[in-house]
Ligand binder design. Structure first.
Ligand code: SF4
Ligand code: SF4
Length: 179
């Protein structure tokens, strides 16, 4: 999670990026999402590299591990980082709060839209801007607004009048519907 972060066998290195040291919540450090880690040093990376927590040691963003994403997608250039979770079923796009519209710029937006085609197969592409969540589908972006971070969200397709219609909602909404 820094210029000097160790990586698996990769052809890329973090360089001067460090975006994960800003946008991610690191519980071991009590570091909130969207704020620079107190030991990050611009230009030199992690200032406590040997003692950095496991969350930092184990994190590799999608740009770092993908051969399909060129230099324009390095997170500090793009203004967001990406990483999968839910066993690869979700792709998180975590946006730099200082550049909240970065994901809507080109060439990023069109490529993200193409990636969201996997929604038809049950995958979720989730844009995270602080606590605001937007679920991207090929045909539309469902902006759920600012969410309670304790609430989980669900998304997918429902059949309506013979057509597949995308939906996204927070789980608390679902609980209210079934109680
Ligand atoms: S966001 Fe990715 S490229 Fe940037 S420092 Fe973190 S792991 Fe490295
Ligand atoms: S401890 Fe180092 S690697 Fe971890 S968030 Fe802070 S600066 Fe980044």
């Amino acid at each position: 999670m820094s210029e000097t972060a160790s990586t698996p066998v990769l052809s890329k290195s973090c360089g001067e990026c460090g975006m994960c040291c800003k946008v991610l919540h690191i519980s071991e450090l009590a570091k909130p999402a969207g704020q620079w880690c107190g030991v990050f040093r611009k230009g030199s990376g992690c200032g406590d590299y040997e003692a950095r927590p496991q969350a930092c040691r184990g994190f590799h963003c999608l740009w770092l591990t993908s051969e399909k994403l060129d230099a324009a997608w390095r997170p500090d250039k793009a203004g967001f980082l990406m990483y999968p979770d839910r066993d690869g079923k979700r792709l998180n796009v975590v946006v730099d709060p200082g550049k909240p519209a970065s994901w809507r710029r080109e060439p990023y937006y069109s490529r993200l839209k193409a990636m969201s085609q996997r929604a038809y197969d049950g995958y979720e592409l989730l844009i995270c801007i602080g606590d605001r969540r937007v679920v991207m589908f090929p045909t539309e972006d469902v902006d759920l607004g600012v969410l309670n971070p304790d609430h989980k969200l669900v998304s997918g397709y429902v059949e309506r009048d013979g057509a597949q219609v995308p939906f996204a909602m927070v789980l608390s909404d679902v609980e209210e519907m079934v109680t």
